[in-house]
Design a protein around this ligand. Structure first.
Ligand code: GUN
Length: 285
């Protein structure tokens, strides 16, 4: 058996087309969704992510700008920048690119972003809303994973979902989203003693660890749906996931590739979140 591919790339392209239509409709009502990204310093990976976000906003007709701040900026100056954006009615979404320099308390900055403009879904109020199943902003990669599962009508309710990785950005929120949809969840992490014993039970397996080929065919139940969030650079410069794709695809029923899987979905959901935030703030449909 060879698994069916879940292409995040193709799905993202389709969703972006729909978002562009939605943006056009909003513009007719005099509203343009606007995302502001705050970038502190010149981390090459962050620069590249931010460029991707700007490009995607432009493609869908949304407004965006990047506030670039020197890495020597004080915490107070960054606080003032975020405060200004919170008060700016023309800004619907605020994203402070992480990581921040060591002298700035990241959580303090996240806590300061207006939860209604927190398109990353990182604010504790939004995390609380996710846990209590209230309307809020949900972080982009986990939502993207859910859309990938839904694009193939993969059953979630009553199924065993195993998430490997317990980060605040991916592992914990995706486990919560799966729980909210009625899955029985297991969240594995670095202290999990027998990883394989857990992953072999998974009907849905989400891996977000950052360790190349951690998950082999031995870890996977026949017919499972496998979502690989890992992005790892090999010595030859190529990119690979946390899942041994070539072998696991022979056992799984669905599998997402790296590259072209979860990655392209994250930015697309950021655009979607900005549009949702815009509609709520402007009281338009
Ligand atoms: N750095 C890497 N990924 C992300 C993300 O999703 N959001 C923010 N704010 N920073 C990041």
């Amino acid at each position: 058996m060879s698994a069916e591919l879940i292409s995040g790339k193709d799905l993202a392209t389709n969703i972006k087309k729909d978002l562009a239509v939605e943006v056009e409709e909003l513009k007719k009502q005099g509203v343009t969704p606007h995302l502001t990204v705050v970038l502190v310093g010149h981390d090459p990976a962050s620069e590249s992510y931010v460029k991707g976000k700007e490009k995607a906003c432009a493609e869908t007709g949304m407004g965006s700008n990047v506030i670039r701040l020197d890495e020597t900026i004080s915490e107070d100056e960054l606080i003032q920048t975020v405060d200004k954006l919170n008060k700016d009615d023309a800004v619907h979404g605020i994203l402070v690119q992480l990581p921040l320099p060591d002298h700035i308390d990241e959580q303090k900055i996240i806590d300061l972003i207006d939860p209604e403009k927190d398109v990353d879904g990182f604010h504790p109020v939004n995390i609380g809303r996710l846990v209590t199943e209230q309307e809020g902003m949900v972080s982009c990669t986990p939502l993207g994973i859910m859309e990938m599962l839904d694009s193939k009508n993969i059953e979630i309710q009553g199924k065993n979902a195993v998430v490997v990785g317990a980060s605040n950005i991916v592992g914990k929120p995706v486990a919560q989203l799966l729980l909210n949809r009625g899955a029985t969840i297991t969240n594995c992490h670095i202290y999990t003693e027998d990883l394989k014993a857990h992953t072999k039970m998974a009907d849905i397996l989400v891996v977000a660890v950052g360790k190349a080929h951690l998950i082999t065919a031995d870890h996977v139940k026949e017919g499972a749906a496998v979502i690989d969030v890992g992005i790892n650079r090999l010595e030859d410069g190529s990119m690979t996931g946390d899942v041994d794709f070539e072998n696991v695809k022979e056992k799984a029923s669905y599998i997402s590739p790296v590259p072209g899987g979860v990655g392209p979905m994250t930015i697309t959901i950021l655009l979607k979140n900005t549009i949702i935030a815009c509609k709520r703030q402007e009281n338009v449909e």
